[in-house]
Write a protein that binds this ligand. Structure first.
Ligand code: AMP
Ligand code: GLY
Length: 426
């Protein structure tokens, strides 16, 4: 079977690694891939170029396309592939609006009866300001469209909220993505990621995970794509997570099916565990990065079989087992990320890091590239070290011990990944 994976991050490297273990996979292509791809085929096409990707997949007789990130999904890669007669894992462009438009997600949640923060919509500054006051001033400002992690502002105070509204609505810093803004009630609580495989009819949850979105220890600094993650998250025990899945995934699947766009793929609910129960902050329509890395490390079943079962509407008949051992991923980033940072810095020590605990540690590369036989950094999140352990504390120690073997100038990582889980008391 020929499988083409779209994207170049740690998540995509993890997908390649897991898919390559499948008894069905024979041949892998990566568009565009990163420095880790070695003997796989690198396809020089960007994830935004959905038509060209679909055409390429047909010409190269690809059997299955697996987009890693949201961009190609929101831009309609599934629809483009359908037209080209190629199977593609994920929701179509309509269903992908769950992530592509925060307003669409709110509407669907409203119809489906999913608990979410109350909100108002605004398209100009005066209206937005009024909405903020109506919600009592303690709000979160969200741009409607995709903004590569820059579309959500959690302001300290009213002045900060007004600043964000000014940026999105008057100065149009996000372009079209910020023309419509949601002003949302600000909630308090622990955040947990719940991901489920979906086959249009049913959602089968994976174990829970917790991301670390802020750049610095103690959840300080700016928001990032994610600086580390671990699974499971003890704040949401397995039996409860299964119940939450029934509350926040099933009804959404029902609504989308009724609308003629059954959701197939991975549905990710960003939850906040509040006093009034779990509330959905956002949906993503794909694996989270870095949540994907610990989740796939724990997955013992054949990922390709699961992907095919999602697409063929038979998730109830596929085996899906996860290793009970926790896994934890720490991201190593270039100094300055998520702002400006240096590129083309030499990386070393990756083998030593993996050898530090053979079979228990895996380095998933993200912003890397090969040049003249040397591995160089090429992005903000450069790589992630993922480790398994008999308990969370051991997974954590193993990951950090491996990380110390990696040499990358001008880099940083958070030292507190997993601590919330370790300190959590029932
Ligand atoms: P999102 O992209 O919607 O997940 O938002 C990014 C981050 O903003 C989340 O991980 C939360 O930390 C925070 N956030 C989003 N919505 C809210 C809310 N209603 N109340 C408090 N924090 C929020
Ligand atoms: N880790 C959060 C995300 O992938 O959006």
């Amino acid at each position: 079977m020929r499988i083409m994976i779209i994207g170049s991050g740690g998540r995509e490297h993890a997908l390649v690694w897991k898919i390559a273990q499948s008894r069905l996979a024979v041949d892998l292509l990566l568009a565009p891939g990163n420095g880790a791809v070695g003997h796989w085929v690198n396809v020089p096409l960007e994830p935004t170029d959905t038509e060209a990707l679909a055409r390429y997949a047909r010409e190269e007789k690809v059997d299955l396309v697996v987009p890693g990130g949201e961009t190609p999904l929101v831009l309609g890669i599934v629809d483009a592939c359908r037209e080209a007669g190629v199977a593609c894992f994920g929701p179509d462009a309509y269903a992908a609006q769950l992530e592509g438009s925060k307003l669409f997600a709110k509407e669907v949640m409203g119809e489906a009866g999913v608990p979410t923060a109350s909100y108002r919509v605004a398209r100009d500054y005066a209206e937005a300001r009024e909405s903020m006051e109506a919600l009592g001033g303690r709000v979160v400002i969200k741009a409607d469209g995709l903004a590569a992690g820059k579309g959500v502002v959690v302001p300290e105070d009213r002045a900060g909220a007004l600043q964000a509204l000014d940026a999105f609505l008057r100065r149009k810093t996000l372009g079209g993505a910020g023309e419509t803004v949601l002003i949302e009630e600000r909630l308090e609580g622990e955040e947990v990621s719940l991901l489920a495989f979906c086959d249009g009819e049913r959602a089968v949850p994976m174990p829970t995970a917790q991301d670390h979105k802020r750049a610095l220890d103690g959840d300080r600094g700016p928001n990032t794509g994610g600086m580390g993650a671990y699974s499971p998250a003890p704040m949401l025990p397995e039996a409860e997570a299964a119940k939450v899945c029934r509350q926040v995934m099933d009804p959404v699947l029902r609504v989308l099916k009724q609308r003629g766009h059954p959701f197939k793929g991975v549905l990710y609910a960003g939850l906040m565990l509040t006093d009034r129960g779990p509330v959905v902050l956002e949906y993503n329509v794909r694996f989270g990065d870095p949540e994907c890395q610990p989740l796939l490390m724990r997955l013992e079943s054949d990922l390709v079989e699961i992907l095919l079962a999602c697409m063929e509407g038979r998730l109830d008949r596929v085996s899906m087992h996860f290793n009970p051992w926790p896994a934890l991923c720490v991201v190593m980033a270039a100094k300055g990320y998520p702002g400006d940072y240096a590129k083309d810095l030499p990386l070393a020590g990756l083998e030593e890091a993996e050898w530090s605990a053979i079979g228990l540690v895996k380095i998933f590369q993200a912003g890397t590239r090969m040049a003249g036989g040397r591995l160089l950094s090429s992005g903000g999140r450069v790589l992630g070290v993922t480790a398994m352990g008999a308990d969370l504390s051991m997974a954590r120690e193993t990951a950090y011990a491996a990380l110390k073997k990696i040499r990358l100038p001008q880099s940083f990582y958070r030292r507190d990944i997993g601590l919330k889980g370790l300190n959590f008391k029932k």
